[in-house]
Design a protein. Structure first.
Length: 217
């Protein structure tokens, strides 16, 4: 699990369920859900989702499986996404107590069909880049020496987060997107839901710092 928000976040269970219900309904896949649930914890989110959709496959992984969470593979989210057959899932849930971007980048490299993706990003209210991993900073072309307090640069952490999310368009179109914000346990927590439709052919990733886009209105 990455640095950042290390406490369980079950106080926001209702918001997590609402976001998942909304996106699965938008995508029309509520009757055939095959979910890879990384950072599954005790499985509360998708246990609750069973009341709202038909889950035909539920694969759980977590770096520290709970004692009451049976059949959970002991794997980090990024390792699970790189190792398991992603094409067999139409939902991927990345719900860590920190930053999800290592795992999200691994997923973007592998998805080949429409997929519902859920991300949780928790960041400390002190506004420190320690909630972003070295590998994530390297992937978006920023120096790892930036890790640490950034007082006086209150927008920098949001800038880094936006760069990470902007990599999505190198790999997939975003058909639907939703976000819920919570302040919980002294942390700012964002919950994202994306309906991703990968491009027919993978593209060569471009650094967000140099990427140019054309926009059709």
């Amino acid at each position: 699990m990455n640095k950042g928000h290390h406490k369980t976040d079950n106080r926001s269970l209702g918001s997590k369920i609402a976001l998942r219900r909304w996106l699965l309904d938008k995508m029309g896949i509520t009757d055939d859900v095959r979910v890879l649930d990384t950072c599954a914890g005790a499985g509360l989110v998708w246990s609750a989702m069973e009341e709202h959709c038909t889950i035909k496959r539920w694969t759980r992984t977590d770096i520290k499986p709970r004692k009451d969470a049976k059949l959970t593979l002991r794997m980090e989210a990024a390792v699970a996404i790189r190792s398991l057959p992603i094409h067999e899932f139409n939902v991927v849930d990345i719900d860590p107590y920190g930053e999800p971007f290592d795992a999200y980048r691994a997923l973007l490299l592998r998805i080949r069909k429409p997929t519902a993706v859920f991300l949780t990003h928790g960041q400390q209210s002190l506004r420190v880049l320690s909630s972003i991993s070295h590998s994530t900073l390297e992937a978006i072309g920023l120096p790892t020496a930036w890790v640490g307090p950034i007082r006086g640069m209150t927008g920098m952490l949001d800038y880094v987060k936006d760069l990470c999310l902007s990599q999505t368009w190198s790999y997939a179109d975003v058909k639907h997107a939703g976000m819920i914000y919570h302040r919980t346990g002294g942390c700012d927590v964002h919950y994202y839901g994306f309906a991703l439709e990968p491009y027919p052919e993978p593209v060569t990733p471009i650094s967000p710092l140099t990427q140019k886009r054309s926009v059709t209105v």
